[in-house]
Design a binder for this molecule. Structure first.
Ligand code: SF4
Length: 465
């Protein structure tokens, strides 16, 4: 506790000298070469792990992940990389994007050597992060991206190639891909709002800076003078101390969400939270273990056979359309593919629809005509814990396959889920307390809170049930 106090205290230097955190930001600014060396090292490691396993035979059932490259890459990508990148967003903001992400670094590199074209209008559509996340998640489930290296190469490698092509065509040394099209960027920008560190911009100092200064080479194209939060910032450090107004600082993890207004809240962010992270992702993580899915599939298969309709039971689709690995007895039929989409779609409609109804009800209770999109941001901690649980399930199952006893895991998972739910509930209550409409009485606010926490409880319950 004393150390945390020291850290917070040292971000508010009293004698004008840089605080410890500021010094970290300045160090990042002054050591671009070191950061680029990290990025190239990650790129080489990433390319080796994403390309090589796709050309190796699938592992035998008894193989260990530490002695088989295919399993090792699977464990690293999906068991460690994804869950902990998500967690890092909540702890450090988008540091992963600015310092470690191989795709962002390659896109920026391609942009430095590319055509330098203007960003087309269609690319600026703010619905891309939502659309790209949903499509990538669905496609990943159909071809079993977590299990098979060819599928991982297609999705991860395809995304990297697309990032480089976009970088080559548009922007001058910028990360146009990350800013507008990356399927993960919407999720990262939501989770980074909870980070307790950020590059704080002192607008007054910026405005009063006496000299003209060269523009900062901000790769994700941020207007730094107006930056108020973490959502787009890649934490690369290049703007640290610019005009003596930018400094790496600590803050309350709640501040960015609590300071949202109706004007600054974004409808696509809210949709990504309630339909994407809480809907599509929940369905994608849960369908394979759902007894309803199995019953529905069995019932439909019986019905089809009784009626002499056999084509939906065919399994001739190539592996890049539907999972197709006869050597491991893992082959999806057309019926499987359709039911996966149906299950995820139904989960999304039930969860997302319940949140939309709750938002409508909350708006009505608060006397607002518009949907109060800003309240949806309170669900970010729950969405973060839900996605972490889903991704880390693979980590746990791979470790269990190695006969590691992990008796504390179920309790830890419930505790994580409860923490996410409580944090969201508390944020929502604080946001409702700040609702400007004076007609919103305590009773109405309480009902609005309960309306939104109902579906939130439904999501949490789906992980326990
Ligand atoms: S605002 Fe831009 S330059 Fe500054 S840390 Fe964030 S990404 Fe880097």
């Amino acid at each position: 506790m004393k150390q945390i106090n020291n850290l917070i205290h040292t971000t508010a230097s009293e004698n004008g000298s840089p605080t410890r955190l500021q010094a970290v930001g300045d160090w990042m600014r002054d050591h671009r070469g070191f950061i680029q060396a990290i990025q190239w090292a990650v790129i080489i490691f990433y390319l080796a792990l994403v390309i090589t396993p796709a050309f190796l035979p699938l592992p035998k059932a008894y193989a260990h992940f530490y002695e088989n490259l295919v399993l090792f890459a699977q464990f690293l990508f999906w068991g460690i990389w994804w869950p902990f990148v998500m967690l890092s967003m909540i702890l450090f903001g988008r540091l992963w994007c600015g310092v470690f992400c191989p795709e962002g670094a390659l896109s920026e590199w391609a942009s430095r050597h590319g055509r330098g074209g203007a960003i087309p209008r269609w690319m600026r559509w703010s619905g891309w992060p939502f659309t790209a996340f949903v499509l990538t998640t669905l496609y990943g489930q159909l071809i079993s991206v977590y299990e098979y290296p060819k599928a991982a190469l297609l999705i991860l490698g395809g995304s990297t190639v697309a990032a480089m092509v976009v970088g080559f065509l548009y922007g001058r040394g910028k990360r146009v891909w990350c800013r507008h099209l990356c399927p993960a960027s919407g999720v990262f920008s939501l989770l980074a709002r909870l980070a307790p560190v950020h590059f704080r911009v002192d607008r007054e100092t910026w405005r009063q800076a006496p000299r003209r200064t060269p523009a900062v080479d901000c790769a994700p194209l941020i207007n730094i003078a107006d930056m108020t939060g973490n959502s787009a910032c890649h934490m690369c450090g290049r703007c640290s101390e610019h005009r003596e107004a930018v400094a790496l600082s600590v803050r309350s993890p709640n501040r960015e969400i609590l300071s949202l207004s109706a004007e600054t809240a974004n409808r696509w962010d809210a949709l990504l939270l309630i339909f994407g992270l809480l809907g599509v992702a929940t369905g994608a993580f849960q369908w394979s273990a759902s007894p309803w899915f199995v019953q529905l599939k069995q019932g439909l298969a019986d019905w089809l056979i009784e009626h002499d309709v056999y084509w939906p039971l065919g399994d001739g689709a190539p592996w890049w359309v539907l999972t197709h690995y006869p050597e491991t007895n893992d082959v999806f039929t057309w019926l499987d593919g359709a039911l996966i989409l149906f299950y995820i779609g139904a989960t999304t409609l039930i969860i997302g629809g319940a949140f939309m109804l709750a938002l409508r009800l909350a708006g009505w209770l608060l006397g607002q005509r518009e949907l109060p999109w800003r309240l949806a941001y309170a669900l970010t901690p729950l969405a973060g814990s839900s996605v972490f649980l889903g991704l880390s399930a693979l980590t746990v199952s791979m470790l269990k396959a190695e006969r590691l006893a992990l008796p504390w895991v179920p309790q830890l998972r419930i505790a994580l889920l409860a923490a996410g739910l409580l944090w969201s509930g508390w944020l929502l209550w604080r946001m409702l307390a700040k609702t400007p409409d004076e007609g919103a009485t305590l009773t109405r606010r309480t009902f609005a809170w309960a309306a939104l926490m109902g579906p939130a409880g439904l999501v949490a319950g789906s992980w326990i049930g």
